[in-house]
Design a protein around this ligand. Structure first.
Ligand SMILES: Cc1ncc(COP(=O)(O)O)c(C=O)c1O
Length: 441
């Protein structure tokens, strides 16, 4: 590709002067609890390209944090938000027309047999709602979830998670949280091989229940791929076999697609890959593509356990968020973004695997659609995690014009999750920067 066509352009060492000044002011004003990020202060963004306050331009592999699926500041989305905000900003539970339209639109694209939704504001809120509904529906209190799971930072969501961060100093956590191993095949807790193990971790579920349950099982919550713990993808068939197990126990089945939905994996919903039919679906991030909005989707007979006045949220279903929900779905369908994610994802996966062959640090590459984890190790034979290199790579890549973030139980996985509007030229350029940056570690 000729330099003239390149979009990434960083003019000097990061952070630039204006960014540095803003970082200094920020550190004095806001508590410093956020995760490690590139030394870049965003000013504006369009599509896959971010411009910082110093005028540097970057290609974006973060989508915020898997949020801006329709691309940053999609003009049709911005227009829908502007028009709605001129009319009405909030009216709480009194009905507004955009809310009705958004609910109809969302239920029209939900994977069957889900036929109802309820609007909330954050992903964690949907998980809190799911836990409550699972308990109400069954009259039981135990919820099964997974090692490495991340469902948010509120109380039930943190308890259901299997990451140390959200729970640290927050105990005792919710009684009845039972955790089972997730198929993290690169670091299998049973030291088994996916080709021959016969999904041992699924068989182990019965042992977990025998050892931990008091006989009050309500439901199970699972991510179709684990996000925060390192973009860990289960082997094909695992989720549908899990669904069979859940059905055999008569539990309420919740799939947390807060980050996996809205085309991210190459289908509108991640459950579509195996035709899995949950009772409850947690939806967040991409649903608003930038505005704080989330939803819980459900089978009507399951969510029907909540009567009038039993679920609400101050901002949930506000007219601006609702207009945003409708506009995002329209854009997703009109521009066929799930399909673009699938096509671009095939290229991305192939190229990342080639980079894995050439780099001494890339231990594993896994993903689907436009969500890949690149796990960095100090040594491919020992698989010793390399969190320091991961952090360094974030800075080096930013300096070269590519924004990346990290996840992982060991903080050593680069998340590759560009907006779903990315084209081949942008993918090429970003991959070239990524490999060059790896070579500079
Ligand atoms: C799978 C999953 N569930 C829930 C959440 C929590 O969402 P929020 O941060 O909007 O509360 C996240 C956030 O990253 C997530 O990835």
């Amino acid at each position: 590709m000729s330099d003239a066509k390149k979009v990434a352009c960083v003019k000097g060492p990061l952070p630039g002067p204006r960014s540095r000044e803003l970082f200094e002011r920020w550190r004095k004003a806001e508590a410093q609890c956020a995760g490690y990020q590139a030394q870049v202060v965003w000013d504006h963004a369009r599509g896959v390209v971010v411009t910082d306050v110093d005028g540097n331009t970057f290609l974006d592999w973060t989508s915020g944090v898997l949020v801006t699926n329709v691309g940053h500041c999609h003009p049709a989305l911005v227009q829908a938000i502007q028009q709605a905000s001129e009319k009405l900003l909030n009216n709480y539970e009194c009905l507004n027309e955009p809310r009705v339209i958004a609910a109809e639109k969302l239920t029209s694209v939900l994977p069957r047999p889900l036929d109802r939704c309820f609007f909330l504001s954050t992903g964690s809120e949907t998980v809190e709602a799911a836990v409550r509904i699972m308990k109400r529906k069954t009259g039981n209190y135990e919820v099964i979830s997974f090692y490495g799971g991340f469902h948010g930072r509120t109380y039930a969501a943190a308890a259901a998670g299997g990451m140390p961060g959200p729970k640290k100093g927050y105990g005792p956590t919710l009684p009845g949280a039972i955790r089972a191993p997730y198929p993290y095949c690169y670091r299998c807790p049973f030291k088994a091989k996916p080709e021959t193990c016969g999904m041992l971790c699924l068989e182990f579920l019965d042992d977990c229940v025998r050892a931990n349950s008091t006989g009050s099982l309500a439901g199970l919550i699972v991510e179709p791929y684990q996000g925060a713990s390192g973009f860990i993808f289960p082997p094909e068939g695992w989720l549908s076999r899990l669904e069979q197990w859940v059905r055999s126990k008569g539990l309420v089945f919740t799939v947390d697609e807060v980050q996996a939905s809205y085309g991210r994996t190459g289908k509108f919903w991640a459950v579509e890959w195996e035709g899995v039919q949950p009772d409850l679906l947690c939806i967040g991030k991409g649903i608003g593509s930038g505005l704080p909005v989330s939803a819980i989707a459900a089978r009507s007979e399951v969510i029907g356990v909540l009567g009038p006045g039993e679920m609400s949220s101050t901002m949930g279903g506000n007219p601006v968020a609702s207009a945003c929900v409708t506009a995002v779905i329209d854009i997703m369908l009109r521009e066929n973004l799930a399909e673009n994610a699938r096509r671009m994802g095939e290229l991305l996966g192939k190229r990342l695997r080639e980079i894995q062959e050439r780099s001494p640090y890339v231990g594993d590459v896994r993903g689907k659609g436009l969500v890949f984890g690149v796990e960095l190790v100090k040594d491919k034979a020992t698989k010793e995690p390399a969190p320091d290199l991961t952090r360094k790579l974030i800075d080096v890549a930013a300096q070269n014009g590519l924004l990346i973030g990290s996840v992982g139980v060991f903080g050593n996985v680069i998340r590759v999750a560009p907006p779903l509007v990315i084209n081949e030229a942008e993918l090429d350029e970003s991959l070239e920067i990524f490999e060059r940056s790896l070579g500079q570690l």
